[in-house]
Structures are given as C-alpha cells and as structure tokens.
Design a protein. Structure first.
Length: 424
C-alpha cells in the first residue's frame, strides 16, 4: 500500500521524498484534495505535525515531519539502497551535502526570495547578505562539481535529490541565467539532474527564471486560504481536485497562473521545404554497418541540401577542465539529453578526443536552416560552452573533417578517441 504524503503538488520539499521513492521502488502518494492553509491547520494534521507545516508522511508506525527526515525514511525502506552510499565515509558525505544544501543553499535562496514576494519584510541589506552567502555556497559547490558528476560517488544519491530540489526553487524563481553563469558546473549539474527520468517524472519541465521577482509589499498573514509559503499557490487545492493523478510541476508554483497559451509553431517549420529528409539520413547512418565511407558518407553528401541545412563544428571552450574521463563523458551525455528539443531539426556527432586527460570535446552538428536555431541557443545552456564555426563547404579539408567526424575516424587529428557519441 502506498504511503501518504501530505503536501500540495508544487511543494519542492515534498519532491525530495517523491523522487527518492521513484529511485527506490517505494510507493508514495500525495494526499488527495490538499488545501494549503486549511488541510495543514486541521486538528488531525496538527496531531501529525504540531506546527502545521508540510510535508508530513503517514507511515504504519506514525507520522514523520521535516522533509529531509521523510526523504531519509523513504530511502531506508529499501535495504542497501545505493541512494544512501555504501561506506561510512559515503554516508558522512551524503549527510554533509544534505545539510549544506539545506542550510547554505536553501536557507539563503529563501532569505532572498521570500521577502521579494511579500511573505517577509524586505530589507535591502538583508537581501545583499543572503545573496552574498548564497554565492559563497554556490562557489564551493561549483568547485566540487568541476571534477565530480554527482555530489558523492559515481551515481545519484539522496544528497543529489535534496540538493537539486533546493536548487529547483532557486533556478525557477530567482536565480536567472546571468546569476548562475558564474557557476557553470552547478548549471551543468542542475540541468543534468532535473532531466534524469526519475526527477523529470516528479518535477516536470523546469524553466529558469527570466527575471528576479520585483519587490512586493508584505502580505497580511491572516488572509484566509492565502498561501503562507512560496511553494503553495492559492489555487492549488482546486487544481489538485481537478487533476489526477497528481503531476507536480515546478513551473506551476507561480502565484497567479496564466491560462495555457497555444504553442507557437517552430520557425524552422516555416522554412521552404527541403529535399533532404533528416530521418532518411538518420536511418542510413544507423543502418550502415560496413563500407561506411562508400555507403553512409556518400549517401550523406548525395542527400545534403546546403540551402535547407547547415553544418557546424563546435569545440568545447574549457577543455583544460576535462581532467576526469567519466565526468567529461557525462558532460557530453548531458548536452545530448538537453538537445532533445531539437531532435526534429538536428543531427550531431560529439567526439571525446585524447588517450589521457585533459580530454578535448569536438563536435559536428547538422541544423535545419542556415543558422544555429535560436530556440536551441535559448534553451540549451551548453551551446555557449562551445565555440561554433560554420563549415565552409568550398574547403575540401573541412568537408573531409566532416566525413571523419561522422565516421568516428581514429586516430582523429592525430589522437585516439576516448568515445564518440551521436545525436540522432
Ligand atoms: N523544514 C521544513 C520546512 C517546511 C515548510 O516550511 N513548509 C512550508 C511549505 S514549503 C509550510 O508548511 N508553511 C506553512 C506554515 O508555515 O504554516 C521541511 O523541510 O519540511
């Protein structure tokens, strides 16, 4: 039987347990018809958590409050859960990052965000102190993530789940791109995490805040049904009653929701038709097992439509940071995952070059149209981590480089390949 979690469906503290449950094969369900400010102030709820805060988990042995404790409980329901590490020092490091995520990251994001939306008094020097403490913490996190894909060990642990849920709040509400670009490893880590299937299932699509919310005047604390906290929009109860099963979405945690707008057509769909059918090329690439040059590469140039498509070389700008092979590979995998939005309009090859560190990352991309699509630049932050150069088709040497990249030729530019990844 599923354990019942009391919280609204946009509560990032509840996401911690829900994501841990996905990784652990434990059934946890959000309580039906939860209404913030009402459900959590009822006598029954106050028996579970005397201060009336959410989330609370009902277990066969009684309730548990505090979201980190709930996430730990859910994780421990699975024996030898890899989310909890496997050595004493791993347990310690997991706890270390859980506390760091809660006390240095989450606390400072809240000190910045909450006064701005009118749920606490706004004082500019207090905001300045919060931002500077947050930057200090993000700087330390960034340094750790420069040579680690995950916070602890080589796979996702509870520390990553709790850290990411705390960062979700920051990225989606106050930490704009211009703020986070100072911390590129935190950015890479965050976008990689939120795009893991078990995270995505709970968080939905995460979008970065485009601006810092303007300061609002303080709200009266006693208004009925008014949210008391940033995660609980007042329309939540109605929304939950309508929607089943519950599908949390961070983006929904806006104070007032807008009616969904019809999705605008992608401008690339409005380009004049091309004789090149991208899927035909992808199929030829995948199905060619022998005579690659004669079949696939020749087929590529036969199909290639230089008016409808363009080819691009990309070079990673920070190769000197690629000191650990698996971190470099994960970086490229993350990039390709984030390119998912361009699958209809792109094909790519990414080569990880070198037999020893630092590894070089070099790529070749085919894009619909004559430019790198604007929506890719806007949505996929990795784009700015690479130097982009349009392939000059009148230059035979550049065409040959294209061939070699499609073919994963080894050695490539005199060096062994650590790996080659394809986006198709
Ligand atoms: N440290 C607690 C924080 C819980 C918390 O602040 N919950 C907010 C919603 S995210 C709440 O219930 N606020 C209602 C209130 O303050 O009465 C946890 O991690 O569970």
């Amino acid at each position: 039987m599923a354990l019942v979690l009391h919280a609204g469906n946009t509560n990032k503290n509840a996401f911690k347990a829900l994501i841990a449950a996905e990784y652990s094969g434990v059934k946890v369900e959000l309580v039906k018809n939860f209404e913030m400010g009402v459900s959590n102030k009822s006598p029954e709820f106050l028996k579970m958590n005397p201060i009336g805060k959410v989330p609370v988990l009902e277990t066969p042995d009684g309730p548990v409050f505090e979201s980190n404790a709930i996430a730990r409980y859910v994780t421990r329901l699975k024996a030898d859960n890899p989310l909890y590490g496997s050595t004493l020092i791993e347990y310690a490091h997991i706890e270390q990052w859980i506390d760091f995520g809660s006390l240095e990251i989450d606390a400072n994001i809240l000190r910045w965000f909450i006064p701005r939306i009118g749920f606490a008094v706004y004082l500019p020097p207090a905001e300045e102190a919060a931002i500077s403490a947050l930057k200090r913490a993000l700087g330390a996190l960034n340094t750790h993530l420069a040579s680690n894909t995950y916070l602890v060990g080589h796979s996702v642990t509870l520390a990553d789940i709790i850290m990411t849920c705390n960062l979700v709040m920051g990225f989606s509400r106050v930490m704009t791109k211009s703020f986070t670009s100072e911390f590129p490893h935190v950015e890479r880590y965050f976008w990689t995490m939120v795009n893991q299937p078990n995270f995505r299932k709970i968080l939905g699509e995460v979008k970065q805040a485009e601006s810092v919310p303007p300061v609002q005047s303080a709200k009266k604390p006693s208004q009925p049904k008014e949210p008391k906290h940033k995660d609980e929009p007042k329309k939540e109860a109605k929304k939950e009653a309508k929607k089943e099963p519950v599908k949390p979405k961070v983006a929904e945690a806006a104070e007032e929701e807008e009616a969904p707008k019809p999705k605008p057509k992608n401008p690339l769909d409005l380009l004049p038709p091309s004789k090149m059918v991208l899927d035909d090329w992808k199929r030829l690439y995948s199905n060619t097992k022998t005579n690659f040059r004669e079949v696939a590469i020749k087929g590529f140039w036969d199909m290639y439509d230089p008016e409808g498509y363009s080819l691009w070389f990309c070079d990673y700008k920070y190769n000197d940071e690629n000191t650990v092979s698996f971190v470099t590979l994960n970086k490229v995998t993350g990039f390709l995952q984030r390119m998912d939005l361009a699958r209809k309009y792109a094909f790519g090859k990414m080569l990880i070059v070198g037999s020893e560190a630092p590894f070089k990352v070099k790529g070749l991309w085919l894009f619909r149209g004559q430019e790198i699509p604007q929506f890719v630049i806007d949505e996929c932050y990795d784009m700015e981590l690479y130097e982009w150069k349009k392939v000059d088709l009148s230059d035979e040497a550049q065409k040959e480089r294209v061939n070699q990249m499609i073919e994963d030729q080894e050695p490539f530019e005199g060096e062994a390949l650590l790996d080659a990844k394809c986006f198709k």
